[in-house]
Design a protein around this ligand. Structure first.
Ligand code: ADP
Length: 375
C-alpha cells in the first residue's frame, strides 16, 4: 500500500505528548507533512525551545509512521511556536486566563482540588518527625498508584527538606508556557517542588506568608490536568505549611508515616491530632523501616516492633502497610531510580503495590461540605 499524507496525519493524532498530555496534533504542534517517495518529512513546532522529551517524541512518531510501512524514512523539520501559538496551547489546556476573575491580582483563584465536584483524591503524607522515610514513601507510593493505571501527581511541600525531584529522578525544571507551569513527568508521575526553584545546597529562608503563596500557586497555576491522585509530601511536624495545605485541600485524606519503635508514636500522634483539628480525615498509618530481611531469610526488627499497629489502633484507622528496610530502596532514592520503578518485585515494592491497591479500594465516603457528611 502507499502511505498518504493523510495517513501520517491520522497517525500523529495518536501520539501523545507525555507532559502536555494531549496529542501532538491537538496541541497544534504539527506544521505539516510532505511525502516524496519513501521520504516523509514532518514539520513539528515545539511548544517551547527546550520542549521536554522532544527526542523521545520524535522517536515515538518515527516508530508509529514506519509501522505504516517499514520502507519509509522519517525526518523532522523542527521549529518553535510563537507567542500567539503558545497562548492558544495554554487556552486549549486550561482556558483563557483573562476570563478568570481576580486572577491578575492572585486573589479569588479557585484551587480546583477543593471543589466538591473535583475528582482528584488528595493524599497528605505526613510524619511526626523527619527521617522516617516520608518522602521515600510518597515517591514510591505515587509510582505504585501510577502502575495501577491511575494518573498521579505529587506536590513536594516539604519545603525545607525537598527531596522528591531527586528521588523521582527529575533533572529539569517545569516548562512554563504563557504563565502556566507544566510539571515534569517521570515514571508516570508529574511533580512540582520548591526544589525546582531553589538550590538543594542553599537554605530556604522564605517567610511563612511567602510559602503559603507558593503552595497556593503550586495548586492553582500548575497544569495538573485532573489527576486521579495528588500526593502531598508534607514537612515533618505540625507547622504552618501543613495547616495551609489542610486549608487549601479540605477534602484531603491524611496518611501518617512512622517507624516501629514505640517511642516514635507520641510524636506521630501529634500530627494526627493536627489533622483532627483541621477536620482532615486520617485514613491510615504506614510503618516504615519495619524490619530488615537478612540473607538468611530472617526478619531483623532493628527499630523494634509494633509501633505502627499501636498508632493505628490509637487513631482507630488501618495500618495499611509495613515497609521493610532495603538497601536498594535507599540507593534508589539517592540516585533517582525509585525501587518500585526499578525493581517491582523487590520486597518493599510489593508492599507499595499492596498499599496502592488498599488506597484504590478505600475511596473516601466523607464530603468536604459539612452538610454532606456521610461519616
Ligand atoms: P523523611 O522524608 O521522613 O525525612 P526520607 O524519605 O528522606 O525521610 O528518608 C530518610 C533516609 O532513609 C533516606 O536516605 C532514605 O533513602 C532512607 N530510607 C527511607 N526508608 C527506607 C527503607 N525502608 N529502607 C532503607 N532506607 C530507607
Amino acid at each position: 500500500m502507499s502511505v498518504t499524507e493523510s495517513d501520517v496525519l491520522d497517525t500523529l493524532d495518536t501520539i501523545t505528548d507525555p507532559e502536555f498530555r494531549r496529542s501532538v496534533s491537538s496541541l497544534g504542534m504539527v506544521r505539516g507533512v510532505s511525502i516524496d517517495g519513501a521520504n516523509v518529512e514532518i514539520g513539528i513546532d515545539m511548544i517551547v525551545g527546550d520542549h521536554p522529551g522532544i527526542t523521545d517524541l520524535q522517536e515515538a512518531i518515527s516508530n508509529a509512521v514506519t509501522a505504516l510501512d517499514p520502507a519509509l524514512v522519517v525526518t523532522f523539520d523542527l521549529g518553535v511556536m510563537n507567542e500567539q501559538q503558545r497562548a492558544a496551547v495554554r487556552e486549549s489546556l486550561v482556558g483563557d486566563p483573562t476570563s478568570t476573575a481576580g486572577s491578575q491580582a492572585g486573589e479569588g483563584r479557585a484551587i480546583p482540588f477543593s471543589a466538591s465536584t473535583n475528582r482528584t483524591r488528595s493524599l497528605l503524607i505526613a510524619s511526626g518527625k523527619g527521617g522516617v522515610g516520608k518522602s521515600s514513601v510518597t515517591a514510591n507510593l505515587a509510582i505504585a498508584l501510577a502502575d495501577t493505571g491511575a494518573s498521579v501527581a505529587v506536590v513536594d511541600a516539604d519545603v525545607w527538606g525537598f527531596s522528591i525531584p531527586r528521588m523521582l529522578g527529575v533533572d529539569r525544571a517545569p516548562t512554563v508556557v504563557d504563565d502556566m507551569i507544566v510539571p515534569p513527568s517521570v515514571h508516570g508521575v508529574r511533580c512540582i517542588s520548591m526544589g525546582f526553584f531553589a538550590r538543594e545546597d542553599q537554605p530556604v529562608i522564605w517567610r511563612g506568608p511567602m510559602l503559603h503563596k507558593a503552595l497556593e500557586q503550586f495548586l492553582t497555576d500548575v497544569f495538573w490536568d485532573n489527576p486521579d491522585y495528588l500526593l502531598v509530601d508534607l514537612p515533618p511536624g505540625t507547622g504552618d505549611i501543613s495547616l495551609s495545605l489542610a486549608q487549601f485541600l479540605p477534602r484531603a485524606e491524611a496518611y501518617i508515616v512512622t517507624t516501629p519503635n514505640p517511642a516514635a508514636q507520641t510524636v506521630a500522634q501529634r500530627s494526627a491530632f493536627m489533622f483532627n483539628q483541621t477536620e482532615i480525615d486520617v485514613k491510615g498509618v504506614i510503618e516504615n523501616m519495619a524490619w530488615f530481611t537478612g540473607d538468611d531469610g530472617k526478619r531483623y526488627e532493628l527499630f523494634g516492633a509494633g509501633g505502627g499497629a499501636d498508632l493505628a489502633e490509637k487513631l482507630g484507622v488501618d495500618l495499611i502497610g509495613q515497609i521493610p528496610m532495603q538497601v536498594a530502596l535507599r540507593e534508589g532514592s539517592d540516585s533517582g531510580r525509585p525501587i518500585v520503578a526499578e525493581d517491582p518485585t523487590a520486597e518493599a515494592s510489593l508492599v507499595f503495590a499492596k498499599m496502592a491497591e488498599w488506597v484504590g479500594n478505600h475511596a473516601p465516603t466523607k464530603r468536604g461540605h459539612p452538610e454532606l457528611k456521610l461519616v
